[in-house]
Design a protein around this ligand. Structure first.
Ligand code: 7RM
Length: 649
């Protein structure tokens, strides 16, 4: 944490929003931002009430906020439907035949869905869900490639009040099985396969494997034909999307749902082995997804907006599907990898579709830098007017490259800090108002009272490191961990009294700007993906040869963090050259390829304190190839240190 703070402390460049950008922006000065922010925090009922009036409500709310720490209810008594807000309300005017989704498959196919067409497809699929006995409140698991049908399935659930849980297509069958068991889903929506770097990801097969022990709550699997790969259909359980859709009509009313009705559950890693089911609501969630799209991306009807996140992550939920559609925007969706068939696929897409607002992750930016500028300069990127970053701290070097090479020096960059739990952007510049500094997420969004505090909850001084907390509720906050209120309270609302804490460290500079350092708990951030160290550890110990494992992160130039595993084998297990690879693929199999350790170190023992706690600080230093420093007096067996340092082959 301290090393990171120091490297940022020398960063003092400031970039003011350009005059022509300011002229058209919704918020045009820092002073205007501050006035609005003051009101939003002091009078949330007034601020959010005004914003919420821009959405369509079937019944107006009676009270904006009901807060009994840690449980918030927003827009009490209000009724609305998310799919109606994303679709129906755009159909009466000029947006009716405007492109809602521009889609390109990895192999190169193109599709355009206007708001009217998307509405029709969503209504039909909502009727398919109903036909398959999905009712309001039921959970539906979605395991799809990046195709419009992923969004259609989500919106169809929202239309009838079913709660969806999207599982990222890169997760394994074990992950699917665990999530189904946790949320007791009754139906799965999937595809035969999806394209990634030229090969087909066997999605349906992974679903079959997840369901093969027969003990599942799943009654029905709906399969969309995308890649044409061969799949086995289980009689009585599996049906084709296409034949189902032929049997329903295209009218389906949007059910009026309580503002607090659960819209979705999204699983994310925490500091224990079991991912948490983060539960989001209807009214508050939609409102903040909408308001952040409006103010942070300053979206216009004429924009072509592109968020590169997968729908399986929260960024895909809020900024590929719900936020932009609620704004009536045109959103580009691309199925595949950035380096397929070549390293310039993203720049080709931007030039071809005239993308104006581009939102991606620092890890992607660092890969682009490594691939070389020649891939970028070949393409005309002059359509771009605004750039965004999310997922991890963006280092000033990557920020500057993004600004100069992609933004041509003219596009503001919005570095947006938020989490699966927060549902929507929490700290970010407003592009026409906030002067930016490379590497800083700058200032809190409206209604967000963020602070950096010490262990006792006292605000720390200028440029001092501490815990990032949010003082009080915000509309799109998680409502609970599905099925575990105790864990919800303990994880997020007990670390710092009266505040929300979700594991990041930060400092504020003399201008009050936030500089997020990254996780200070046992969660890693590998290429923008959250990964619990204990999740990887339990995957490792589920291998027959492993007795014990400890997993730590180490800095990685491209991925931000890499995974290093220290493994103690069971007596009798032999170290063969293949074992390290086998353990890596085992983790890939149990969790998904993103969790595969970069390095597996086989060791005789792990460094522990006398009370038996693994000394992760030592392991981190060893994993980074550093000399072990600091206090080792609590270490039980000092001879372990020498052996550990030698464990890297
Ligand atoms: C949206 C998302 C959340 C964690 C969070 C941080 C890190 C995300 C930034 C960032 C610094 C940013 N949800 N993080 N954005 N750190 N600056 N702009 O990523 O639940 O998957 O991850 O990601 O550590 O706690 S997430």
């Amino acid at each position: 944490m301290s090393a990171n703070i120091e490297s940022h402390l020398n960063e003092n460049r400031v970039f003011k929003p350009a005059k022509d950008f300011v002229k058209k922006a919704r918020v045009q000065s820092l002073a205007q931002y501050r006035t609005m922010w003051e009101e939003s925090v002091k009078r949330p009922d007034k601020f959010w009430g005004r914003e919420a009036a821009e959405l369509t409500w079937q019944t107006k709310w009676k009270k904006v906020l009901d807060w009994k720490l840690p449980f918030a209810k927003w827009f009490v008594g209000g009724k609305l439907n998310v799919s109606e807000n994303c679709l129906d309300r755009h159909l009466d005017g000029v947006r009716r035949n405007k492109a809602a989704i521009l889609w390109e498959g990895e192999p190169g196919e193109k599709r355009v869905l206007t708001y009217a067409q998307l509405h029709r497809e969503v209504c039909k699929f909502a009727n398919v869900l109903k036909r398959n006995r999905v009712k309001k409140g039921d959970r539906v698991l979605i395991y799809m490639p990046m195709i419009p049908e992923a969004a259609i399935a989500m919106l169809a659930c929202a239309r009838i009040g079913a709660t969806h849980s999207v599982v990222f297509g890169g997760f394994s069958s074990d992950s699917i099985r665990d999530r189904i068991a946790d949320c007791q889903a009754s139906l799965v929506v999937t595809a035969d396969g999806g394209y990634r770097r030229g090969s087909i990801v066997p999605l349906k097969k992974n679903v079959d494997d997840a369901l093969k022990d027969g003990a599942s709550t799943i009654r029905r699997v709906i399969v969309y034909r995308r890649a044409g790969n061969e799949v086995a259909m289980v009689e009585g359980r599996d049906v084709w999307w296409h034949s189902e859709v032929e049997q329903v009509d295209a009218k389906c009313p949007a059910v009026a749902l309580d503002s607090e009705h659960p819209l979705f559950i999204l699983y994310t890693s925490g500091s224990t082995g079991k991912p948490k089911g983060i539960l989001h609501s209807t009214g508050g969630y939609l409102l903040q997804a909408y308001a952040t799209c409006k103010y942070v991306f300053d979206l216009r009807d004429e924009d072509v907006y592109w968020c590169t996140a997968d729908v399986g992550w929260v960024t895909g939920h809020s900024y590929l599907v719900y936020g932009p559609l609620a704004c009536g925007a045109t959103s580009l969706m691309y199925e595949g990898a950035p380096n397929w068939p070549e390293n310039d696929r993203f720049w080709k897409l931007i030039a071809e579709y005239g993308v104006t607002v581009f939102y991606t992750a620092p890890t992607a930016i660092r890969s682009f830098i490594r691939w070389g500028d020649e891939w970028v300069t070949k393409h005309d990127l002059s359509s771009l007017r605004l750039l965004g970053s999310v997922g991890e701290p963006i280092n000033p070097e990557a920020w500057m490259w993004y600004h100069e090479r992609i933004g041509g020096g003219r596009c503001p960059i919005v570095d947006t800090w938020w989490q699966t739990e927060t549902g929507a952007i929490m700290i970010s510049p407003l592009p026409g108002a906030t002067p930016t500094k490379p590497g800083s997420a700058t200032l809190p969004f409206f209604g967000v009272d963020a602070a950096v505090v010490d262990d006792e909850g006292r605000e720390v001084g200028v440029n001092q490191g501490g815990k990032l907390v949010i003082r009080g509720p915000w509309p799109s906050m998680l409502r609970t961990i599905y099925g575990d209120k105790t864990r919800f309270r303990k994880t997020y609302w007990s670390e710092v009294k009266g505040c929300y804490f979700a594991g990041d460290g930060a400092r504020r500079d003399k201008d009050g700007y936030f500089w997020i350092v990254g996780r200070i708990d046992d969660v890693l951030n590998v290429a923008g993906h959250r990964l619990g160290t204990s999740e990887v550890e339990s995957a490792l110990v589920s291998h027959p040869a492993v007795a014990e494992a400890a997993v730590v992160g180490r800095p990685d130039e491209i991925k931000g963090q890499g995974v290093v595993a220290f493994v103690v084998l069971k007596t009798g297990a032999t170290v063969t050259p293949k074992l390290r690879d086998e353990l890596r693929s085992h983790v890939g199999h149990v969790i998904g390829p993103i969790a595969k350790p970069d390095e597996v170190r086989i060791t005789e023992a792990l460094p522990k304190t006398r009370s038996g706690k693994i000394m992760r600080r030592l392991l981190k230093e060893i994993a980074c190839g550093k000399a072990v420093t600091g206090d080792t007096t609590t270490l039980e067996d000092l001879s372990i240190l020498a052996k550990l340092s030698a464990s890297g082959e």
